[in-house]
Each structure stands twice: as structure tokens, then as C-alpha cells.
Design a protein. Structure first.
Length: 202
């Protein structure tokens, strides 16, 4: 018997070309007035996705990340010479010890979002946990489990989450439907990510 793996979820990793510029923008515009509080009502994170934090300069960030977005499109075979209508949206997430983020996805409407990204701006792999992604089939797999004794189940049933290894300065690109979050931060070292969505349409 042989195993065939179908419908893999694509995740792409790229080195952020704008690491220094984004780091400086955050220092100058956000961190100088940051008091360590949370702005979210469903997580423990300081983010301009929610009211109460200085907003990202959307046009500036789009220009800063455009090279990486173009790299993604070229890599997966999207014609970058075509006259696409592209939308982008950026926001930052800052956590300290005890910070966490609820499981969520980036599906949106009415304009479709094909890909989302996470730029690990301040990230120490020895101190911080990477983003925790959830298997898109996890609810189906849970419903199909023949027993609650996980030790006796094949890996097919219990591979419900995954954490791609990342380094500071890297960007993870992933489909917007992929649910993700991160568990409670144990380290007192500050963790900062830039999250964004990319949508293209004829």
C-alpha cells in the first residue's frame, strides 16, 4: 500500500526586504508612546487593528512590502504584468509576557483576500513561539476520531496544528482561510509582528 497526500496547504517564507525601515517606523511612531496595554477585546495584544493605538501608514507600508508581495506572486505563478486591482491592509501586533491571540482567520468580503502575511519584526526563536496554525480539516478529523485515546491514534487523526519554524525578519505568507493564533507568551521579551492581507481581482 502507498500513501498519497492531497490538497496540501501552501505556506511560503520570504526574507523581509523592509526589515530596517519597518523597525524604524515602529520605533518612531508607535513604541515611543506604547504603555504595554492591550487594545484587543478578544486577545491580549496591543494592535492598531483595534481602536486605541496609532494607525499604520497604509500607503507607506504597501510600498515597503511591495517587493515581497511581488516575489510571492512570481513564485506561485501569478502574472504580475497583468492589470490587477490589488488591495492591501496592514496592522501591527505587540505582545509582552502573558500576551496571546485568539484563533482566527482573515477571510473577508466584499473584496476577496487570497493571501495573508505575518512579518516577524521582533522575534527570538529561543524565547517566543511562532504562529500556531490549525489544520483546515481539524473539525472533520475530530468528528471522525474513533477514540479519545490519542496515544492509540495514527498521526492522520491528531495532526491538528502546526508551527512553521521562523526567524526574525522573515515573512510567512499563507491562504487567508487558514486559522491561526498564538498561545500565552511566557517570555518577558517583547514580540512584534506586522500582519497584512493581500487581495487581487480583475
Amino acid at each position: 500500500m502507498k500513501f498519497m497526500d492531497m490538497f496540501k496547504t501552501p505556506i511560503f517564507v520570504d526574507q523581509a526586504k523592509c526589515q530596517l525601515e519597518v523597525d524604524k517606523w515602529m520605533e518612531d511612531n508607535v513604541l515611543s508612546g506604547y504603555d504595554g496595554s492591550s487594545t484587543a477585546n478578544d486577545s491580549n495584544v496591543y494592535s492598531d487593528y483595534f481602536p486605541g493605538a496609532p494607525r499604520v501608514d497604509q500607503e507607506k507600508f504597501r510600498n515597503l512590502y511591495l517587493d515581497n508581495i511581488t516575489n510571492l506572486f512570481n513564485f506561485i505563478g501569478i502574472d504580475t504584468k497583468r492589470n490587477w486591482k490589488m488591495t492591501t491592509n496592514f496592522w501591527y501586533n505587540i505582545t509582552e509576557q502573558g500576551g496571546w491571540q485568539i484563533q482566527h482567520d482573515h477571510i473577508s468580503s466584499p473584496f476577496p483576500i487570497q493571501f495573508s502575511g505575518i512579518h516577524f519584526l521582533k522575534f527570538n526563536k529561543e524565547q517566543h513561539e511562532a504562529t500556531l496554525f490549525h489544520n483546515p480539516q481539524s473539525e472533520i478529523l475530530r468528528a471522525m476520531m474513533p477514540t479519545g485515546d490519542w496515544d492509540t491514534l495514527p498521526s492522520y487523526f491528531n495532526t491538528l496544528t502546526g508551527q512553521p519554524p521562523v526567524e526574525q525578519g522573515e515573512i510567512l505568507f499563507f491562504p487567508s482561510y487558514l486559522k491561526h493564533g498564538f498561545p500565552v507568551q511566557k517570555s518577558s521579551e517583547r514580540r512584534i509582528t506586522i500582519a497584512f492581507n493581500i487581495g487581487i481581482q480583475e
